[in-house]
Design a protein around this ligand. Structure first.
Ligand SMILES: *[C@@H]1O[C@H](CO)[C@@H](O)[C@H](O)[C@H]1NC(C)=O
Ligand SMILES: *[C@@H]1O[C@H](CO)[C@@H](O)[C@H](O)[C@H]1NC(C)=O
Ligand SMILES: *[C@@H]1O[C@H](CO)[C@@H](O)[C@H](O)[C@H]1NC(C)=O
Ligand SMILES: *[C@@H]1O[C@H](CO)[C@@H](O)[C@H](O)[C@H]1NC(C)=O
Ligand SMILES: *[C@@H]1O[C@H](CO)[C@@H](O)[C@H](O)[C@H]1NC(C)=O
Ligand SMILES: *[C@@H]1O[C@H](CO)[C@@H](O)[C@H](O)[C@H]1NC(C)=O
Ligand SMILES: *[C@@H]1O[C@H](CO)[C@@H](O)[C@H](O)[C@H]1NC(C)=O
Length: 546
């Protein structure tokens, strides 16, 4: 889902590049050549902020071998590894590491072993029983009242245990399904909000580009730059959206199938346990033996499934701990870096600071035009500064920053980024062919367009800069992880546990019930036989006695 992130690294720097080029070209806009005299503090040297220098910064960071590699969840993942002579695995959480996978699977060995032993052992017993049943002559059975009563008690007990296990399994799968769906919804929502923001940035850029189309104001290479970054943003957004959709659909489908499978298993096991109890109490031997065969295979299957859920439970737990440790150690190199290429915090902060600087200067430029050109009552002799501007003064734009990049509180009479374009519309005059106002107003339509496009770009930069920085240094992913860890991990772990405990109970209870169906059926047969012989004996002696 986050594979597309690599694109995002270039977004903010390119946006800054565009803005700086924008700034430098707007000085030289041919129509307002006089504005070159407008003093802009600390004029930006484009090359200083370009993509190239960004690339250098990034590679310097990567070459820096001083970054420590952090092993995620080392205690939790310290397990015996069958692929490495059963030595303890020490590599920590890393799903691309086969030793991690094998060591996690190894935790379910007891369950897999039980399944195997049961399948072979009980199979052998069944075979022997079958042979005995067919070939051996009926011997004189000994019948014990205690054995009969005990087997009935155990049979009832295990049937009840199986029913309880089925209930636990059913409840567990329901809650597990709910919590996985909630987690998925949360992640999809986070991804969607990112897509929405990216699309907004893209819209602002598109708007800025539109303005330049029939004007000299935006030179072609700036337009190309905007085009490029816009395409990139649009692509990132589309890919992210597409990947989120397909991944979440696939995961949803898998979860739905798991849910259906678990419900069927719970229902079938419940039915088997109940019918087995019924048939063996009613003495329907043939049906009992058919059920024994079915149950034999089912129990082996549920033990394996139980093992798989134990593995899932362990992986979920490991992942939650790994996320937690990754959140707490933002600078360390971890196994998560393969999926999340994050820029380090200081670089991200520097970029943000640059973006603030550019915003500050863009707003400054617009305000210089307002105060030095639009709002003066120039006489025709003022040359290019005169275009018959008249009427109420145009309000200046509120600069969100002071010159030291601290937040600036808007003074009265300053207009906000968000509605400057609407406010300024009122000050636009109609112009003659020679670009002189013929009606009251202080902005020519051309000036208005250029100012609003500058506002739009700086608004986009200011409003979405922090968001883009969050993408850059993975703050956004970190926040998502914190959300998952705090709100979804506990439930995921808990209900995963419920499922494997439920499966465990069901398989163990049905396994033992199976044995007691056979034992009870045998006791019942003996009892019947003994009663018959006893009755025959009594009849015999009665006849003899009379
Ligand atoms: C614009 O105003 C600033 C001070 O606010 C001044 O330094 C500058 O010379 C002015 N430029 C023009 C062209 O009037
Ligand atoms: C500036 O952005 C607003 C809102 O996105 C848009 O309606 C407007 O057309 C844009 N103006 C220019 C000149 O780009
Ligand atoms: C973004 O891409 C979609 C298709 O992927 C296209 O329909 C849309 O017009 C593009 N928007 C921009 C601003 O390029
Ligand atoms: C994770 O495992 C892969 C595959 O073995 C390995 O290349 C990578 O270095 C490991 N990552 C960490 C952080 O150990
Ligand atoms: C990055 O640094 C800034 C201050 O320099 C701090 O406020 C922020 O919490 C840091 N972010 C991360 C993810 O460490
Ligand atoms: C512009 O926004 C400010 C604050 O959001 C508001 O007070 C003002 O009335 C708005 N002006 C217009 C013309 O919408
Ligand atoms: C200058 O603007 C005024 C309105 O403020 C208008 O009446 C006048 O005709 C304009 N002058 C020229 C030369 O267009």
């Amino acid at each position: 889902m986050f594979r597309t992130k690599s694109h995002w690294f270039l977004l903010l720097p390119t946006l800054i590049l565009i803005s700086t080029t924008f700034l430098s070209f707007s000085h030289g806009a041919s129509q307002y050549h006089h504005l070159q005299t407008v003093h802009i503090p600390g004029t930006i040297d484009e090359s200083e902020y370009g993509v190239v220098s960004w690339g250098v910064k990034r590679s310097v960071l990567e070459d820096n071998g001083g970054k420590t590699t952090l092993i995620l969840a080392p205690e939790r993942t310290r397990r015996k590894d069958p692929l490495n002579d059963f030595k303890y695995y020490t590599g920590g959480w890393n799903t691309s590491e086969e030793h991690y996978i094998s060591s996690v699977f190894f935790t379910a060995t007891p369950l897999f072993l039980i399944a195997a032993i049961w399948f072979l052992g009980f199979g052998l017993c069944l075979l022997l029983l079958c042979l005995c049943f067919c070939c051996c002559q009926r011997r004189n059975y000994g019948y014990s009242r205690t054995a009969y009563a005990l087997s009935l008690i155990f049979l009832s007990f295990f049937t009840i245990a199986a029913i309880v296990g089925c209930v636990v399994l059913y409840k567990g799968q329901e809650k597990f399904h709910d919590s996985t769906r909630d987690t998925l919804d949360y992640v999809v929502h986070q991804a969607d909000s990112t897509v929405k923001n990216l699309r907004s940035v893209s819209d602002y850029l598109a708007a800025a580009k539109q303005v330049g189309v029939d004007q000299i104001f935006l030179p072609p290479d700036v337009r190309n730059n905007i085009d490029e970054v816009d395409t990139m943003i649009n692509e990132s957004a589309s890919t992210l959206e597409h990947e989120t959709r397909t991944h979440s659909d696939t995961i949803q489908k898998v979860l739905d199938s798991v849910r259906v499978a678990l419900i069927i298993i719970a229902a079938v096991m419940l039915l088997v346990a109940f019918l087995g109890f019924l048939f063996s109490v009613l003495g329907m031997q043939c049906l009992v033996y058919i059920l024994v065969i079915i149950g034999w295979i089912l129990v082996a299957g549920t033990f394996i499934l139980c093992g798989i859920f134990l593995v899932i439970h362990n992986v979920v737990g490991d992942t939650c701990v790994a996320m937690d440790q990754w959140i707490q150690n933002p600078t360390a190199h971890t196994a998560l870096d393969d999926i999340l290429p994050c820029v380090d915090n200081s670089t991200a902060q520097e970029t943000l600071s640059e973006s603030k600087d550019v915003t500050f200067q863009l707003v400054g430029m617009v305000n210089q035009i307002i105060t030095n050109v639009s709002n003066i009552n120039a006489l025709p002799i003022a040359g290019p500064l005169y275009y018959n501007q008249s009427g109420p003064l145009v309000p200046v734009l509120c600069n969100p920053f002071n010159s030291d990049k601290t937040d600036h509180i808007c003074a009265a009479g300053e207009v906000d980024f968000s509605n400057a374009t609407q406010v300024w519309k009122k000050y636009v005059c109609q112009v003659s062919d020679s670009n002189i106002c013929t009606t009251v107003g202080r902005l020519t339509p051309e000036m208005y367009d250029q100012m609003t496009s500058a506002v739009n770009v700086s608004y986009g930069l200011n409003h979405y800069g922090p968001f883009l920085v969050d993408l850059l240094d993975c703050t956004f992913v970190r926040e998502t992880f914190i959300g998952i860890k705090d709100h979804y991990c506990p439930n995921l772990r808990k209900y995963c546990k419920w499922i494997y405990i439920g499966l465990d109970m069901v398989s163990a209870a049905v396994m033992l019930s199976l044995i007691f169906w056979v034992l009870y059926a045998r006791e019942r047969r003996h009892r019947k036989y003994t009663k018959l012989t006893d009755a025959a004996y009594a009849q015999d002696s009665f006849e003899k006695g009379s």
